[in-house]
Write a protein that binds this ligand. Structure first.
Ligand SMILES: Cc1ncc(COP(=O)(O)O)c(C=O)c1O
Length: 470
């Protein structure tokens, strides 16, 4: 087979055989995805050999970048030494060392580490722990979980019940009497005339009102991403997270910080909860950057307080009947330990803190473009949201605006691709969370391309519709 034939065969097999996550079913069989062949540093290469800055860093996870021989060596060594170990009855150095390391890094007293296969299974573990904990304590009513609109916590059935992204829930039966979703916390979408401070008060009040409505004795936990990632990089107003945490303390509601995206350096710290937001959660979820995406892994960290209340003499004869064949997989844990070592040795957390002001400056400069409605970000994660709604001198109706907006992310992504950048389109938004090793010059290159792609998209839309986006 020639290389071209090989690519065509791959594409055919992909179209016909691989049922992808988030498959848009009308396109099934002819989705014609970009085929990536290899990666190096912050770059990935497509089937045509085109070099692309990996804007989304895989899926918010490739912290240390691609092509790290040290990672390959650590993984290979563990495969040869001990590729698998039964985690129910045995133990082994890589998961033990990783658990001890995470316990030492985590804020507060989150020192009990349950290792999982990814983010969803870690969130599932947390939610099941809340139920287990309250059953063991003889409070079977205290099971309700509060989450927020635009929050994403994973794709298992239990996670899906608390997801706040309607588009992810349509077509599934995930309604649960135990799940309660608060209104959005996006300051850019606050009511006209309301200050950000007043909006923050309102959002904190939403949580307290929901706890009181359900009855604190029935509310088990509140779960929140410190920054809502796939919901559109929504950075809450200053003080919001801390005030929610205080309310949870007040009503004895477990605070679960879903740090699947914000952990492992994305905001310049191992965990963002304490160092960025000043809170010490009762449980913390991590995944993705934990192993820099090199192998699948997640963790649910449980506080001493929650653990001790149902362990030892308080154990009440209960066993936590939950876990996975691949909990604490030694090869995945060896990869995570090596990735952590690299982040530490290369000063990657410090690097993120040093370059992120420039990253955010370049991001917010995009607001000058008329098509841009909002830019949001923190650390090395950002989002640009576009809309044609502010179009002047046109008679577009709401449905036309919606149809156009729905397409904007994809249009921008297509132009970015031509220009050498991969972004993640989410309806009318593009999000990016590049590998944390990105340099200041590479950040400039990334935003130069993004800016040009948005301008070209705006031009296309204006030409097609004979309108003026202003
Ligand atoms: C905040 C958050 N929580 C949980 C998950 C689920 O993680 P996974 O896809 O590894 O199951 C994700 C995935 O994007 C996420 O962003």
């Amino acid at each position: 087979m020639t290389p071209t034939q090989e690519i065509e065969a791959l594409r055919d097999a992909d179209n016909t055989s691989w049922f992808h996550p988030w498959e848009y079913m009308p396109d099934a069989g002819h989705a014609d995805r970009t085929i990536v062949t290899h990666g190096d540093g912050i770059y990935i290469y497509d089937e045509n050999g085109q070099k692309l800055i990996d804007g989304p860093g895989g899926m918010w996870c490739v912290q240390i970048g691609y092509n790290r021989p040290e990672m390959a060596d650590a993984i290979a060594e563990q495969v040869l030494r001990m590729p698998y170990m039964n985690p129910f009855s045995l133990t082994s150095a890589p998961p033990v060392r990783l658990a001890a390391r995470l316990a030492q890094m985590a804020p507060g007293d989150c020192r009990h580490v349950f290792l999982t296969t990814g983010g969803s299974t870690a969130v599932d573990t947390a939610l099941r722990y809340v139920h287990f904990y309250n059953n063991v304590l003889g409070r079977p009513e205290k099971k309700h979980i509060i989450s927020r609109a635009n929050g994403y916590h994973g794709s298992t059935q239990l996670c899906a019940t608390i997801t706040g992204k309607d588009r992810d829930k349509n077509w599934f039966d995930v309604a649960s009497p135990l799940a309660h979703i608060l209104p959005h916390v996006n300051p850019a979408r606050r009511p006209a005339g309301m200050s950000v401070e007043a909006f923050c008060d309102q959002k904190v009040a939403d949580l307290e009102a929901k706890i009181l409505e359900l009855g604190p004795e029935r509310v088990g936990a509140f779960i929140a991403e410190p920054i809502q990632a796939s919901g559109g990089v929504i950075v809450p107003p200053d003080g919001y997270l801390r005030r929610c945490w205080e309310i949870c303390r007040k009503y004895d509601v477990i605070f679960i910080a879903d740090e699947v995206v914000t952990g492992f350096g994305r905001l310049g710290h191992w965990f963002a909860s304490k160092d960025v937001f000043g809170i010490e959660p009762d449980m913390i979820i991590c995944a993705k950057g934990l192993s820099s995406g090199y192998l699948p892994l997640g963790a649910c960290l449980v506080s001493d307080r929650l653990f001790a209340a149902v362990a030892g003499v308080n154990g009440n004869g209960a066993s936590f009947g939950h876990g996975f064949t691949y909990s604490g997989h030694p090869v995945c844990c060896a990869a995570a330990l090596k990735s952590i070592e690299i982040i530490e040795r290369e000063g990657i957390l410090e690097h993120v803190r040093a370059v992120s002001p420039h990253f955010l400056r370049r991001l917010h400069e995009l607001r000058e473009i008329p098509l841009v409605f909002d830019t949001r970000g923190m650390g090395l994660v950002g989002c640009v949201e576009c809309t044609v709604a502010q179009t002047q001198g046109s008679d577009l109706d709401e449905a036309q605006v919606l149809a156009l907006d729905t397409d904007l992310g994809m249009r921008i992504d297509r132009h970015c691709h031509e220009l050498g950048l991969m972004v993640r389109p989410l309806v009318n938004q593009c999000v990016f969370s590049p590998p944390l090793i990105i340099t200041r010059e590479q950040i400039d290159h990334m935003f130069d391309i993004l800016r040009e792609a948005i301008l070209r998209t705006m031009h296309d839309v204006e030409q097609e519709l004979g309108i003026d986006v202003a």
